[in-house]
Every structure is written in C-alpha cells, then in structure tokens.
Design a protein around this ligand. Structure first.
Ligand SMILES: Nc1nc2c(ncn2[C@@H]2O[C@H](COP(=O)(O)OP(=O)(O)OP(=O)(O)O)[C@@H](O)[C@H]2O)c(=O)[nH]1
Ligand SMILES: [Mg+2]
Length: 449
C-alpha cells in the first residue's frame, strides 16, 4: 500500500532519527523531502502546504529541538499530524435506532459501488445484521444480475424491478426491508463516467425519497486527485456522510487517502483492499498513518487473524501442538487460513519494521499457483501418509508427484517446509520460549521507538 510514498517518508525519518541533535537546517531539509514525497503521491497541493506548516510549527517549538531524542519527537509529530489529516478518530457506520439502517451508495462509473455494497452487507453480517440489497442501477445491462450474484454468494437477498424507475425501486425496496424487519437496506445506484446534472438530480430525488442514514461515496483510490475533486462535487450537490476508498490494494500512490478528508471534510469510513467480498476494512486514520510511516499496524493484523481463524479449530490446533501431533492436514489448514488473510507482503507490512524486509522475500508469497500445487500434493497422499510423513519413502514420493502433477523436488520441498514448521512449533512449546514470551509481555506497550 502506497509503497513509494512510504519508502520515501521512512527514509527521511530514519535519517532524522539517526541524528543526535537537530538544527533548523536538518528540519528544513527533512520537511522539504516530506513535501516532495507527498506531492509526488498526488496529495492535494494545499493539503500538503497546511500539513508541512503544522509540523514545522510544532517542531520548531523549544521542547522538541532541545529534547534528548529530537528525531524521534519529529517522527511522533509527523505520525500525529498524518493521523489528524485523515480524520483523527475512526468514523464508524451510523445505525438507525428505528427501522432498517438506510445506506445509499453512490459514485462514478466503475469505482466499485456494487462490490462495496455487497462487502458492506458482508461486514454487517459479521455482527449478525442482515441487509437487503436494492438494485437501483437500471442503466447498465447486467448491473442487476451482478448485484444478485454477489449478494447470493454471501447469502443475502436483493430487491429489483427492471420495469420501474430508480426512485421507485428504492422506495419499494425500503418498504420491503421495513416490512420484513431487515437490519439494513443498502441501495446500489448507477454510475456515470462524469458528474452530470441528470445523475445528480436522480440521486437527489432518491435521497429525498428514502432519507438515508448514510450517503456513502465510493471513490477509486487509484484516480488520486480526480477522486478528491469528484468527492467535492458530490458532497456539494448531494451531501455525503462518508467516503469509502476502493482499490487500496492496487498501486495507488496515496493522494486520495491523504487528501479526501481534508478537502471535503467527509470522513473515510472504510477501505476496499481487494476484489473479494471480505476485502473491506474499517478505516482507522491512526493505523493507516502508522502503516505509511513503517510503524506497523499490529491491531489490524490481530483483527484480521481473528476474522479468519475459526476459534474451535484454533483450540484444537493448540491441543495438537501441545501433544506434538501437528500433521500435514493441519499444515494445509494453516495455509488456507493464512491465504484468506491476504498476501504475505500485506501481512508483513503490518508488523513494525516489516517494511524493511526485502521485497523478494515478501513477494515469495503464497500465490495461487503455489498454493494449488501444495493442495494437490497433500491431496495425493493417503490418510496414513498425512498423519505420518515418515512413511514417505522415495517410491511413495514419486507416486505422489505423478498423482499431483508436481515433481519429486516439489514434494521434497513441501515436506521440508512442513518439517521446519513442526520444529518451530516444538520450540514455541518449550520452556525457554515460554520464559521469553513472559519477558516480552512485561515490555511496556507504546511506540516501537
Ligand atoms: N482490486 C480491487 N478491485 C476492486 C475493489 N473494489 C471493486 N473492485 C473491482 O472494480 C471493478 C468495478 O467494480 P463494481 O463494483 O462493478 O463498480 P461499480 O461502481 O458498481 O461500477 P458501475 O456500476 O459500472 O458504475 C470490479 O472488477 C471490481 O471487482 C477493490 O477494493 N480492490
Ligand atoms: Mg455497479
């Protein structure tokens, strides 16, 4: 995420931290670098100016320059200012106290509205809230079906009526959601290539008819300042309660994420980080700033793990580890869970200092092909072999390779990895490691510097 911006900022700040004392020249040079990095990331010009101004004002204050660790103080200030630039606190979804929560999804063509509508339903579902998805895009052929198919994939219902006008569809959808006691009703509207009066009039009419709790603008983070300009126009014409940034998993430079809140005053509520329906995260300004500045985002990582790890399975695994019965079946389960958390690179970047791990190592991730090969190899073993890999002599290995379309070295590599993992788990269970963990727990929480 925002790798070029993150690299540049982290470099500049690393240099500052390395200095014992700071003079004004050092600070000026660092601020110049930060300014350039932000402009290159397509952050709005005025936003950059104000941001740098705010940092300078706080840094030249006496306490910082004369402190024992001025470099670290500057990093802390940059982190705080970046957090407040993106809105300070997390802004969560508004829930209606009466009747279904009404969420109107709007945005330009292809920004990710339909996908995001379903992602939101999946998000609400995780806290046991059921949504009705209303298909109000009657313009693009296939739009209604797209919403239906996606909603069905997560087991949620849709409402559509291809003979009615969008405003009427929304009214009918709301009536149905109210009658049937849905917790939320999510309206997926049509996009246009550019902002035009006709679309704005239609959206304004829908808004008036359904009186939504949330009007969420979906913007494609890859489009940088264009996204921010679109957000301003939508906010002026319709009035927004929040923004959802999509495609943060792509190589967006960061401009939209860092400027949209400051320019429009609307909070970023969620970010889309992939095409799958689970790939939506609540947006936390502080965690995002820490991620950009290379301080990791351990909290999001923990939440991710909790979201994908099946609690009862985890307990079962713990038991097995204790009894040292970790098998190839468990190995495959672990890989599946790890894979559903995203790419290895993404995960490592959430660990403090993870940004410093060489790119080649990070990209050695479990890509689709590797994973399929591992699955095929383990799938070609008999149950006994999976429980007891020591049975796997060379003729059995050859049989497995042929059966799974892999090579014998592939099978050997996999068994090696498994053996290493088993060894690692044995260490984790050892008394020495437990003692080390205890010590770690005592270390004060806080900034990693
Ligand atoms: N990588 C990635 N792709 C996304 C994300 N969100 C949406 N997409 C993809 O973007 C494309 C467009 O998404 P849609 O949800 O159809 O966009 P839309 O705004 O409803 O499009 P229209 O209805 O045609 O205006 C699809 O291929 C989605 O899979 C995201 O967060 N990351
Ligand atoms: Mg759509």
């Amino acid at each position: 995420m925002f790798s070029s911006l993150a690299d540049k900022l982290q470099n500049t700040l690393r240099q500052l931290r390395g200095k014992g004392k700071l003079n004004e020249k050092d600070v000026d040079a660092a601020l110049r670098e930060i300014r350039l990095a932000l402009l290159e990331a397509d952050v709005n010009f005025k936003v950059v100016k104000d941001f740098i101004g705010a940092i300078r004002e706080r840094v030249v204050g006496q306490e910082v320059m004369s402190s024992l660790t001025p470099g670290h103080q500057v990093v802390k200030i940059v982190n705080e200012e970046m957090t407040s630039l993106m809105g300070g606190k997390q802004s969560s979804l508004i829930h209606s106290g009466k009747g279904p929560t009404k969420i109107l999804i709007i945005g330009l063509q292809g920004s990710g509205k339909t996908t995001t509508a379903v992602k939101l339903a999946a998000h609400l579902r995780r806290s046991d809230r059921r949504s009705l998805l209303v298909a109000a895009d009657t313009y693009r052929p296939g739009a209604i079906q797209q919403l239906q198919v996606l909603s069905e994939s997560i087991g949620e219902q849709t409402y559509s009526n291809s003979n009615a006008a969008p405003v009427d569809i929304c009214r009918e959808g709301l009536q149905l959601a109210t009658r049937d006691g849905f917790d939320a009703v999510i309206f997926d509207t049509a996009g246009r290539l550019h902002i035009d009066d006709e679309m704005m009039a239609e959206l304004a009419a829908i808004k008036k008819t359904i009186d939504p709790d949330e009007v969420l603008l979906v913007v494609d983070a890859m489009t940088g300042q264009d996204a921010v300009n679109a957000a301003s126009s939508f906010n002026e014409a319709i009035g927004l309660s929040g923004v959802i940034l999509t495609k943060l998993d792509g190589d967006s430079r960061g401009g939209a994420a860092l400027s949209v809140r400051a320019v429009t005053g609307c909070p970023i509520k969620f970010s889309g980080i992939g095409e799958k329906v689970e790939a939506l995260e609540p947006f936390h300004p502080d965690r995002m700033a820490s991620r950009i500045l290379g301080m990791g985002d351990v909290l999001s990582l923990i939440e991710k793990v909790e979201a994908v790890v099946d609690k009862s399975k985890a307990r079962e695994l713990e038991q097995k580890l204790r009894k040292q019965q970790f098998t190839l079946d468990d190995f495959r389960d672990q890989l599946t869970q790890l894979r559903s958390m995203g790419s290895l690179e993404e995960i490592l970047n959430m660990i403090p200092g993870g940004g410093n791990i060489p790119k080649e190592v990070k990209q050695m991730s479990l890509n689709e092909n590797n994973f399929k090969r591992v699955e095929a190899i383990i799938g070609s073993m008999t149950k006994n072999e999976r429980q007891e890999p020591s049975l796997l002599n060379s003729s059995r290995r050859r049989r497995i390779a042929t059966g799974s379309g892999a090579t014998v070295p592939d099978v050997n590599r996999l068994l090696n990895q498994f053996a290493q993992m088993q060894k690692m788990f044995k260490q984790v269970g050892s008394p020495e490691t437990k003692a080390q963990f205890k010590k770690l727990k005592k270390v004060k929480k806080g900034f990693p510097f």
